[in-house]
Design a protein around this ligand. Structure first.
Ligand code: GH3
Ligand code: MG
Ligand code: MG
Length: 325
Protein backbone atom coordinates (compact mmCIF):
# COMPACT_ATOMS: atom_id res chain seq x y z
CA UNK A 1 0.00 0.00 0.00
CA UNK A 2 1.27 3.43 -0.84
CA UNK A 3 -0.21 6.84 -0.41
CA UNK A 4 -0.90 8.53 -3.70
CA UNK A 5 -0.57 12.26 -4.33
CA UNK A 6 -4.26 12.77 -3.69
CA UNK A 7 -3.94 11.30 -0.24
CA UNK A 8 -5.66 8.06 -1.12
CA UNK A 9 -4.36 4.54 -0.86
CA UNK A 10 -4.15 2.11 -3.73
CA UNK A 11 -2.59 -1.23 -4.51
CA UNK A 12 0.74 -0.69 -6.23
CA UNK A 13 1.29 -3.35 -8.85
CA UNK A 14 4.80 -4.76 -9.37
CA UNK A 15 5.14 -2.40 -12.35
CA UNK A 16 4.58 0.53 -10.02
CA UNK A 17 1.38 1.71 -11.67
CA UNK A 18 -1.78 2.25 -9.68
CA UNK A 19 -4.28 -0.40 -10.68
CA UNK A 20 -7.64 0.99 -11.68
CA UNK A 21 -9.99 -1.94 -11.67
CA UNK A 22 -13.75 -1.64 -11.82
CA UNK A 23 -15.79 -2.65 -8.80
CA UNK A 24 -18.13 -5.06 -10.53
CA UNK A 25 -20.75 -6.44 -8.16
CA UNK A 26 -19.84 -4.12 -5.29
CA UNK A 27 -22.76 -3.50 -2.95
CA UNK A 28 -23.18 0.22 -2.44
CA UNK A 29 -25.68 2.01 -0.23
CA UNK A 30 -26.43 5.69 -0.86
CA UNK A 31 -28.08 8.02 1.63
CA UNK A 32 -29.11 11.14 -0.29
CA UNK A 33 -32.45 12.96 -0.31
CA UNK A 34 -31.79 15.20 -3.28
CA UNK A 35 -33.28 13.21 -6.16
CA UNK A 36 -31.07 14.87 -8.72
CA UNK A 37 -27.88 14.05 -6.85
CA UNK A 38 -29.09 10.56 -5.99
CA UNK A 39 -29.66 9.89 -9.65
CA UNK A 40 -26.26 11.22 -10.58
CA UNK A 41 -24.49 9.16 -7.93
CA UNK A 42 -26.41 6.00 -8.78
CA UNK A 43 -25.88 6.35 -12.49
CA UNK A 44 -22.17 7.01 -12.02
CA UNK A 45 -21.56 4.05 -9.71
CA UNK A 46 -23.53 1.78 -12.00
CA UNK A 47 -21.05 2.54 -14.75
CA UNK A 48 -18.63 0.27 -12.90
CA UNK A 49 -21.44 -2.25 -12.48
CA UNK A 50 -21.83 -1.55 -8.80
CA UNK A 51 -25.07 -2.75 -7.21
CA UNK A 52 -26.47 0.54 -5.91
CA UNK A 53 -29.18 0.75 -3.25
CA UNK A 54 -30.60 3.88 -1.70
CA UNK A 55 -32.03 4.78 1.67
CA UNK A 56 -34.05 7.84 2.61
CA UNK A 57 -33.24 8.11 6.29
CA UNK A 58 -30.36 7.35 8.63
CA UNK A 59 -32.46 4.72 10.36
CA UNK A 60 -33.31 2.75 7.22
CA UNK A 61 -29.72 3.12 5.98
CA UNK A 62 -28.38 1.69 9.23
CA UNK A 63 -30.86 -1.17 9.17
CA UNK A 64 -29.89 -1.95 5.60
CA UNK A 65 -26.18 -1.81 6.38
CA UNK A 66 -26.49 -4.10 9.37
CA UNK A 67 -28.29 -6.72 7.34
CA UNK A 68 -25.94 -6.70 4.38
CA UNK A 69 -22.31 -7.02 3.45
CA UNK A 70 -21.76 -3.60 1.95
CA UNK A 71 -18.65 -2.54 0.08
CA UNK A 72 -19.33 1.19 0.31
CA UNK A 73 -21.72 3.63 1.98
CA UNK A 74 -22.13 7.04 0.38
CA UNK A 75 -23.54 9.57 2.86
CA UNK A 76 -24.77 12.99 1.93
CA UNK A 77 -24.22 15.73 4.51
CA UNK A 78 -26.84 17.95 2.84
CA UNK A 79 -29.93 16.08 4.01
CA UNK A 80 -33.00 18.24 4.68
CA UNK A 81 -34.26 16.60 7.85
CA UNK A 82 -31.33 14.60 9.13
CA UNK A 83 -27.65 14.66 9.88
CA UNK A 84 -25.62 12.19 7.85
CA UNK A 85 -22.88 12.39 10.46
CA UNK A 86 -25.17 10.45 12.77
CA UNK A 87 -25.14 7.52 10.38
CA UNK A 88 -21.38 7.84 10.18
CA UNK A 89 -20.92 7.33 13.89
CA UNK A 90 -23.61 4.65 14.05
CA UNK A 91 -21.89 2.62 11.35
CA UNK A 92 -18.63 2.85 13.21
CA UNK A 93 -20.18 1.75 16.49
CA UNK A 94 -21.52 -1.58 15.16
CA UNK A 95 -19.17 -4.53 14.71
CA UNK A 96 -20.81 -5.51 11.43
CA UNK A 97 -20.18 -2.15 9.77
CA UNK A 98 -17.07 -0.96 11.58
CA UNK A 99 -14.87 -1.51 8.52
CA UNK A 100 -17.26 -0.51 5.73
CA UNK A 101 -15.82 2.33 3.62
CA UNK A 102 -17.71 5.61 3.98
CA UNK A 103 -17.67 8.31 1.34
CA UNK A 104 -19.20 11.67 2.26
CA UNK A 105 -20.92 14.01 -0.18
CA UNK A 106 -20.69 17.62 1.04
CA UNK A 107 -21.61 21.14 0.11
CA UNK A 108 -18.78 23.38 -0.99
CA UNK A 109 -17.48 25.39 1.97
CA UNK A 110 -18.71 22.88 4.55
CA UNK A 111 -15.22 21.80 5.53
CA UNK A 112 -16.01 21.88 9.24
CA UNK A 113 -18.42 19.01 8.89
CA UNK A 114 -16.05 17.19 6.56
CA UNK A 115 -13.44 17.31 9.30
CA UNK A 116 -15.97 16.05 11.79
CA UNK A 117 -17.01 13.27 9.45
CA UNK A 118 -13.42 12.15 8.90
CA UNK A 119 -12.93 12.18 12.64
CA UNK A 120 -16.01 9.97 13.04
CA UNK A 121 -14.47 7.45 10.67
CA UNK A 122 -15.47 8.48 7.15
CA UNK A 123 -12.79 7.53 4.65
CA UNK A 124 -13.08 10.20 1.97
CA UNK A 125 -15.40 12.86 0.53
CA UNK A 126 -16.53 14.53 -2.66
CA UNK A 127 -17.78 18.09 -2.95
CA UNK A 128 -20.97 19.11 -4.72
CA UNK A 129 -21.50 19.69 -7.58
CA UNK A 130 -20.37 16.14 -8.02
CA UNK A 131 -17.77 15.46 -10.65
CA UNK A 132 -18.57 12.00 -11.99
CA UNK A 133 -15.00 10.97 -12.67
CA UNK A 134 -13.86 12.05 -9.26
CA UNK A 135 -16.71 10.21 -7.54
CA UNK A 136 -15.92 7.08 -9.51
CA UNK A 137 -12.21 7.31 -8.73
CA UNK A 138 -12.75 7.81 -5.01
CA UNK A 139 -15.35 5.04 -4.81
CA UNK A 140 -13.00 2.69 -6.65
CA UNK A 141 -10.19 3.46 -4.26
CA UNK A 142 -12.31 2.71 -1.21
CA UNK A 143 -13.77 -0.50 -2.59
CA UNK A 144 -10.36 -1.69 -3.75
CA UNK A 145 -8.91 -1.02 -0.32
CA UNK A 146 -11.72 -2.91 1.36
CA UNK A 147 -11.29 -5.90 -0.93
CA UNK A 148 -7.54 -5.85 -0.41
CA UNK A 149 -8.00 -5.86 3.36
CA UNK A 150 -10.43 -8.75 3.07
CA UNK A 151 -7.85 -10.72 1.09
CA UNK A 152 -5.21 -9.99 3.73
CA UNK A 153 -7.55 -11.11 6.47
CA UNK A 154 -8.51 -14.29 4.63
CA UNK A 155 -4.83 -15.10 4.09
CA UNK A 156 -4.12 -14.44 7.73
CA UNK A 157 -6.96 -16.65 8.91
CA UNK A 158 -5.90 -19.34 6.48
CA UNK A 159 -2.34 -19.39 7.74
CA UNK A 160 -3.56 -19.31 11.31
CA UNK A 161 -5.70 -22.38 10.75
CA UNK A 162 -2.87 -24.05 8.82
CA UNK A 163 -0.60 -23.58 11.81
CA UNK A 164 -3.03 -25.23 14.20
CA UNK A 165 -4.52 -28.07 12.18
CA UNK A 166 -3.11 -31.26 10.77
CA UNK A 167 -3.03 -30.96 6.98
CA UNK A 168 -3.72 -34.66 6.32
CA UNK A 169 -6.75 -35.16 8.54
CA UNK A 170 -8.04 -31.64 9.24
CA UNK A 171 -8.16 -32.20 13.01
CA UNK A 172 -6.07 -30.09 15.36
CA UNK A 173 -2.35 -30.73 15.64
CA UNK A 174 0.09 -31.13 18.50
CA UNK A 175 0.90 -27.41 18.56
CA UNK A 176 -2.73 -26.60 19.19
CA UNK A 177 -2.99 -29.12 22.01
CA UNK A 178 0.20 -27.84 23.60
CA UNK A 179 -1.30 -24.35 23.61
CA UNK A 180 -4.80 -25.28 24.74
CA UNK A 181 -4.61 -28.22 27.08
CA UNK A 182 -2.91 -26.21 29.87
CA UNK A 183 -5.64 -23.57 29.58
CA UNK A 184 -8.47 -26.11 29.60
CA UNK A 185 -6.93 -27.82 32.59
CA UNK A 186 -6.55 -24.54 34.43
CA UNK A 187 -10.21 -23.75 33.77
CA UNK A 188 -11.20 -27.20 35.03
CA UNK A 189 -9.20 -26.75 38.24
CA UNK A 190 -10.69 -23.29 38.82
CA UNK A 191 -14.22 -24.53 38.19
CA UNK A 192 -13.79 -27.73 40.25
CA UNK A 193 -14.69 -29.77 37.20
CA UNK A 194 -12.88 -32.73 35.70
CA UNK A 195 -11.36 -32.76 32.24
CA UNK A 196 -10.66 -36.11 30.60
CA UNK A 197 -8.27 -37.02 27.84
CA UNK A 198 -8.20 -40.10 25.64
CA UNK A 199 -4.91 -40.95 24.03
CA UNK A 200 -5.30 -43.47 21.26
CA UNK A 201 -3.04 -45.18 18.78
CA UNK A 202 -3.88 -47.37 15.80
CA UNK A 203 -2.95 -50.99 16.37
CA UNK A 204 -0.35 -52.51 14.05
CA UNK A 205 -0.58 -49.57 11.72
CA UNK A 206 2.75 -50.51 10.23
CA UNK A 207 1.05 -53.60 8.84
CA UNK A 208 -1.53 -51.42 7.05
CA UNK A 209 1.25 -49.44 5.38
CA UNK A 210 3.26 -52.53 4.57
CA UNK A 211 0.30 -54.44 3.14
CA UNK A 212 -1.55 -51.73 1.23
CA UNK A 213 0.88 -48.88 0.80
CA UNK A 214 1.42 -45.52 2.45
CA UNK A 215 -1.43 -43.72 0.68
CA UNK A 216 -3.96 -46.28 1.91
CA UNK A 217 -2.41 -45.74 5.35
CA UNK A 218 -3.11 -42.04 4.94
CA UNK A 219 -6.74 -42.74 4.07
CA UNK A 220 -7.06 -44.87 7.18
CA UNK A 221 -5.72 -41.98 9.26
CA UNK A 222 -8.35 -39.67 7.74
CA UNK A 223 -11.16 -42.11 8.37
CA UNK A 224 -10.06 -42.66 11.97
CA UNK A 225 -10.12 -38.86 12.44
CA UNK A 226 -13.57 -38.66 10.88
CA UNK A 227 -15.01 -41.36 13.06
CA UNK A 228 -13.51 -39.76 16.15
CA UNK A 229 -14.86 -36.30 15.27
CA UNK A 230 -18.30 -37.62 14.35
CA UNK A 231 -18.74 -39.42 17.66
CA UNK A 232 -17.93 -36.54 19.97
CA UNK A 233 -19.70 -33.48 21.32
CA UNK A 234 -19.09 -30.17 19.58
CA UNK A 235 -16.91 -28.82 22.37
CA UNK A 236 -14.69 -31.92 22.56
CA UNK A 237 -11.37 -31.62 20.74
CA UNK A 238 -9.63 -34.13 18.51
CA UNK A 239 -5.99 -33.77 17.56
CA UNK A 240 -3.42 -35.83 15.75
CA UNK A 241 -0.27 -35.72 17.79
CA UNK A 242 1.80 -37.27 15.02
CA UNK A 243 2.11 -40.60 13.22
CA UNK A 244 -0.96 -42.68 14.11
CA UNK A 245 -1.41 -41.27 17.58
CA UNK A 246 -4.38 -39.07 18.48
CA UNK A 247 -5.72 -37.30 21.53
CA UNK A 248 -9.28 -36.38 22.44
CA UNK A 249 -9.96 -33.78 25.11
CA UNK A 250 -13.30 -34.03 26.91
CA UNK A 251 -14.05 -30.96 29.02
CA UNK A 252 -16.34 -31.38 32.02
CA UNK A 253 -16.10 -35.19 31.88
CA UNK A 254 -15.35 -37.58 34.73
CA UNK A 255 -13.60 -40.96 34.57
CA UNK A 256 -16.75 -43.00 34.17
CA UNK A 257 -18.14 -40.88 31.35
CA UNK A 258 -14.71 -40.76 29.68
CA UNK A 259 -14.54 -44.56 29.72
CA UNK A 260 -17.95 -44.72 28.05
CA UNK A 261 -16.85 -42.26 25.35
CA UNK A 262 -13.61 -44.18 24.82
CA UNK A 263 -15.38 -47.50 24.45
CA UNK A 264 -17.88 -46.01 22.03
CA UNK A 265 -15.06 -44.58 19.95
CA UNK A 266 -13.12 -47.85 20.05
CA UNK A 267 -16.07 -49.95 18.91
CA UNK A 268 -17.08 -47.47 16.17
CA UNK A 269 -13.63 -48.04 14.71
CA UNK A 270 -13.35 -51.79 15.33
CA UNK A 271 -16.90 -52.81 14.38
CA UNK A 272 -17.07 -51.39 10.87
CA UNK A 273 -14.20 -52.25 8.56
CA UNK A 274 -12.62 -49.43 6.58
CA UNK A 275 -13.43 -49.07 2.89
CA UNK A 276 -10.86 -46.53 1.83
CA UNK A 277 -10.41 -47.23 -1.88
CA UNK A 278 -12.19 -49.37 -4.41
CA UNK A 279 -9.20 -51.51 -5.36
CA UNK A 280 -8.31 -52.45 -1.79
CA UNK A 281 -10.83 -54.55 0.10
CA UNK A 282 -12.19 -53.74 3.52
CA UNK A 283 -9.48 -53.25 6.11
CA UNK A 284 -9.94 -54.14 9.75
CA UNK A 285 -8.67 -51.31 11.95
CA UNK A 286 -8.51 -51.19 15.73
CA UNK A 287 -7.19 -48.70 18.25
CA UNK A 288 -5.93 -48.92 21.80
CA UNK A 289 -6.97 -46.15 24.16
CA UNK A 290 -5.52 -44.77 27.39
CA UNK A 291 -7.77 -42.59 29.56
CA UNK A 292 -6.72 -40.04 32.19
CA UNK A 293 -8.73 -37.47 34.13
CA UNK A 294 -7.42 -34.21 35.57
CA UNK A 295 -8.78 -31.20 37.39
CA UNK A 296 -7.19 -31.44 40.83
CA UNK A 297 -5.01 -28.67 42.15
CA UNK A 298 -1.45 -29.26 41.01
CA UNK A 299 -2.39 -31.25 37.89
CA UNK A 300 -0.36 -30.37 34.80
CA UNK A 301 -0.97 -30.97 31.11
CA UNK A 302 2.25 -32.96 30.86
CA UNK A 303 1.25 -35.11 33.84
CA UNK A 304 -2.17 -35.74 32.33
CA UNK A 305 -0.73 -36.79 28.98
CA UNK A 306 1.85 -38.98 30.73
CA UNK A 307 -0.85 -40.82 32.69
CA UNK A 308 -2.90 -41.37 29.53
CA UNK A 309 0.23 -42.58 27.77
CA UNK A 310 0.92 -45.09 30.53
CA UNK A 311 -2.65 -46.38 30.28
CA UNK A 312 -2.30 -46.61 26.49
CA UNK A 313 0.89 -48.61 26.92
CA UNK A 314 -0.98 -50.97 29.24
CA UNK A 315 -3.76 -51.35 26.67
CA UNK A 316 -1.20 -52.30 24.02
CA UNK A 317 0.51 -54.77 26.35
CA UNK A 318 -2.78 -56.35 27.33
CA UNK A 319 -3.47 -57.26 23.71
CA UNK A 320 -4.62 -54.04 21.90
CA UNK A 321 -8.14 -53.07 20.76
CA UNK A 322 -9.06 -52.09 24.30
CA UNK A 323 -9.39 -49.16 26.67
CA UNK A 324 -7.49 -48.79 29.93
CA UNK A 325 -8.21 -46.03 32.41
P1 GH3 B 1 1.31 -50.65 17.67
O1 GH3 B 1 0.11 -51.51 17.65
O2 GH3 B 1 2.28 -51.06 18.72
O3 GH3 B 1 0.96 -49.21 17.77
O4 GH3 B 1 2.06 -50.90 16.28
P2 GH3 B 1 2.16 -49.90 15.08
O5 GH3 B 1 2.60 -50.67 13.89
O6 GH3 B 1 0.93 -49.11 14.93
O7 GH3 B 1 3.26 -48.91 15.60
P3 GH3 B 1 4.61 -48.41 15.06
O8 GH3 B 1 4.94 -47.23 15.88
O9 GH3 B 1 5.60 -49.55 15.00
O10 GH3 B 1 4.34 -47.96 13.57
C1 GH3 B 1 3.64 -46.82 13.27
C2 GH3 B 1 3.68 -46.62 11.77
O11 GH3 B 1 2.96 -45.47 11.41
C3 GH3 B 1 5.08 -46.44 11.26
C4 GH3 B 1 4.96 -45.24 10.33
O12 GH3 B 1 5.51 -45.52 9.07
C5 GH3 B 1 3.48 -45.02 10.19
N1 GH3 B 1 3.14 -43.62 9.99
C6 GH3 B 1 3.46 -42.54 10.74
N2 GH3 B 1 2.96 -41.42 10.21
C7 GH3 B 1 2.29 -41.78 9.08
C8 GH3 B 1 1.54 -41.07 8.09
O13 GH3 B 1 1.38 -39.83 8.12
N3 GH3 B 1 1.00 -41.78 7.07
C9 GH3 B 1 1.15 -43.13 6.99
N4 GH3 B 1 0.57 -43.76 5.97
N5 GH3 B 1 1.85 -43.82 7.89
C10 GH3 B 1 2.40 -43.17 8.93
MG1 MG C 1 0.27 -47.89 16.47
MG1 MG D 1 2.35 -45.15 17.61
Amino acid sequence: LRETTSGQFGVIEPTGTLRSESFEGARILVLEDSLLDLEKITETLQRDHGHVMSAGTCATALERALGDDLDLVVISLTLMNEDGLRLCSQLRSHERTRQVPILLVVEEGDLNRVAKGLELGANDYVIKPIDRNELLARARTQIRRKRYQERLRANYEHSLSMALTDSLTGVFNRRYINAHLPRLLERAIDGHKPVAILLFDIDHFKVVNDSYGHSVGDEVLKEVSNRASRNLRTFDLVARLGGEEFVVILPDTDAEAALTVAERLRTRIADARFKVTADVGEIPVTVSIGVAVGGRLGDTAEGLIRRADEALYEAKRAGRNRTIA
